[in-house]
Design a protein. Structure first.
Length: 218
């Protein structure tokens, strides 16, 4: 018996179905009776659902398997298809090429969203709201920088970047920022707030336990 290697066999058109399904499709094409071809194709569809569970979309979209049969058959399959017969130019149509954003990001370590937030802050007319927006920007930028770099960035650098990105229209007093620690990282604030809540709960629990001990002594 002469060994048959895969390199000598017909190439598999759709590998997710395997060589045996392709052989069955080729066999169905040779049947002279159209009704018999349709019956065999329908049976093959049900067989594929059992043999190729990886094709999960088949249960939700059975038309896909019928289309795949035509692809395997080189679109030379004459059966009573319950769905519209697919056209090669539609099936093999290349998707439209995606275009990359053309806008340049001046400070890539901060990202495009920071520039959008700065634009929104510039639109605020209330000085108090604009100041709060700058403080939030400073917190966010310091957090982003800390996530990407191990060294700590100085508040003066954050303020300078905000001024540059806003064309000098957004600013804060550096001494006030440092004194009140206005640009403290967001995750530190959350952790601090969480610890305070847990600490408050512990103190309340201790007071309740102390009250119970006093009542027992009485």
């Amino acid at each position: 018996m002469i060994a048959e290697y895969n390199t000598q066999r017909e190439a598999i058109i759709l590998k997710e179905y395997g060589r045996n399904v392709q052989k069955l499709v080729n066999y169905i094409r040779t049947l002279p009776d159209k009704e018999k071809r349709t019956e065999m194709a329908t049976t093959l569809i049900e067989l594929i659902k059992q043999l190729a569970p990886s094709v999960k979309e088949a249960f939700e979209n059975p038309q896909r398997i019928w289309d795949d049969l035509y692809i395997i058959a080189g679109f030379n399959l004459d059966v009573n298809n319950p769905y519209p017969v697919p056209k090669p130019e539609v099936v093999f149509k290349k998707p439209a090429r995606m275009t990359y954003p053309q806008s340049k990001v001046r400070y890539k370590h901060y990202g495009k969203n920071i520039e959008k937030l700065i634009s929104e802050a510039l639109q605020k007319e209330d000085p108090k709201e604009q100041e709060e927006a700058v403080i939030y920007l400073g917190k966010l930028m310091k957090t982003f920088h800390g996530n990407w770099n191990k060294e700590t960035i100085d508040d003066s650098v954050i303020l300078k970047d905000i001024q540059l990105m806003s064309d000098g229209k957004l600013t804060l007093n550096l001494d006030k920022v440092r004194e009140d620690n206005l640009f403290e990282k967001l995750y530190r604030e959350k952790k601090k707030h969480r610890n305070q809540n847990q600490g408050g709960g512990s103190r309340n629990d201790n007071r309740r336990h102390q009250g119970k001990r006093h009542r027992r002594r009485d």
